[in-house]
Design a protein around this ligand. Structure first.
Ligand code: FAD
Length: 391
């Protein structure tokens, strides 16, 4: 069995590193931290220009026809250096949806602009009263006499709405059918009259938003998929969200490298580096092994997606395992480093440029966004193991 990377992946890793070395600067990190928006138009367009996120698409659709795993180094490298392109990743989930089920209009007018990194799409699924139970969405879309739709309601956690050109909105179009069957999906332009965005700050510093829809009118051509088939559309996006663009193992690699550096250069009680303590070395090794398991789960998900399958169970396993592993990692780091691990960047005594402190605040978000760990366990139990549904 060959465990090495193929030639395309090796070449891609070198290209990715070169691009990130050039573009992902301290100024970029600073800008992203101050706004909380993990998007940079220059970086996004540079990645788009190279076609890395669609390298598994056939050449006639603009891809390179590569096998799915060839693009995997992109996610590792992006995670490791903290390249802020989550907005583009979000958008490419919608691109995958439009590619599979979009109308001709969406495929001609919208899809190419998403692929080229010219326009971002935010996901409008969660609401103030329906987070995990997304199918209970109440934002309503009522059909007008001329066939257009009028949207009224609120969405919670619409990340990237402040920079996106569209929001993919899950709306209730039938109030009598069972909740999963009365929903429809729309691609709503954020310039529409009646649409507004209010920021929500998070513990990790990432910005998300509440978005409000006050008599927002969209043409029927904004609809993605059939009327009342919105749950299937969102199911596809959510399944893809959970693992086909896995950046968490790379993020853990970056933290682990900083932890090893800290352990090698920080003297312990007897003046020896902390790494000389077998307890410290063993815990760091355990983190490295766990992260490698997460990466393998992620690769399996990426491969399944590239083969054209929707990796529902693999994606949930990857999301659950890698984000909980990240949470364990930051707890271990705090345990080893002690209170200094909580000192913020710029303050005296900060360790690893404040990276550990930032990770402590960021890691819990990873276990929530994209569906909480409990929801992933539920999917693995029911769809993966065939256990009875709990709800
Ligand atoms: C930073 C951030 C960014 C996000 N970005 C987006 C976005 O761009 N678009 C979007 O639509 N959504 C987004 N979300 C929403 C996210 O994907 C989650 O689905 C949502 O936060 C969960 O809903 P809730 O917060 O209302 O929690 P609740 O659903 O109220 O859950 C509260 C607790 O109950 C548990 N729970 C709920 N139901 C069950 C169950 N059936 N079994 C066991 N336990 C259960 C949950 O695991 C959780 O611990 C984002 C969330 C965050 C924090």
């Amino acid at each position: 069995m060959e465990f090495g990377w193929g030639p395309e992946a090796v070449q891609l890793r070198a290209e990715v590193r070169a691009l990130f070395d050039e573009l992902v600067t301290d100024e970029m990190h600073e800008r992203v931290r101050s706004t909380g928006t993990h998007d940079d138009p220059v970086l996004r367009r540079a990645i788009a220009e190279r076609g890395w996120l669609i390298s598994h698409w056939p050449t006639e659709e603009g891809g390179r026809g590569w096998d799915g795993l060839s693009a995997a180094p992109l996610f590792d490298e992006a995670g490791r250096c903290g390249a802020p392109f989550e907005g583009y990743l979000n958008t490419m989930l919608v691109a995958e949806l439009l590619r599979r089920v979009g109308s001709d209009l969406h495929r001609v007018d919208v899809l190419p602009r998403l692929v080229r990194g010219e326009a971002l799409v935010a996901l409008g699924i969660s609401e103030p009263d329906s987070g995990s139970d997304a199918a209970a969405a109440r934002l309503r879309a009522d059909r007008a006499d001329d066939g257009s739709w009028i949207l009224n309601g609120q969405k919670m956690f619409t990340t990237f709405a402040e920079v996106a050109e569209f929001v993919l909105v899950l709306a209730r179009t039938d109030h009598v059918l069972p909740k999963h069957r009365g929903l429809t999906t729309f691609l709503v332009p954020t310039q529409s009259p009646g649409f507004s965005v209010a920021p929500v700050a998070t513990l990790g510093g990432e910005r998300t938003n509440v978005t409000s829809y006050d008599d927002v009118i969209v043409a029927d051509t904004a609809r993605v998929g059939e009327v009342n088939d919105g749950w299937a559309m969102m199911g596809l996006v959510l399944s893809l969200e959970r693992g086909v663009f896995p950046v968490v193992p790379g993020r853990c690699d970056g933290l682990l490298e900083q932890a090893v550096e800290w352990a090698r250069t920080t003297p312990g009680d007897g003046g020896q580096p902390r790494m000389a303590d077998p307890h410290v070395a063993e815990r760091l090794a355990w983190i490295a092994v766990t992260n490698e398991v997460g990466r393998l789960l992620a690769l399996r998900t990426v491969a399944a997606h590239a083969e054209g399958r929707v990796p529902v169970v693999e994606g949930s396993m990857t999301k659950l395992f890698t984000t909980e592993a990240m949470q364990d990692l930051v707890e271990t780091l705090l345990d080893l480093v002690g209170p200094a691990g909580l000192v913020t960047d710029g303050a005296s005594g900060a360790v690893a440029g404040g990276a550990f402190e930032r990770a402590v605040r960021h890691a819990p978000l990873e276990t929530i966004t994209g569906g909480t760990s409990e929801i992933q366990r539920d999917i693995v139990a029911t769809a993966g193991l065939g256990l009875p549904r709990s709800r």
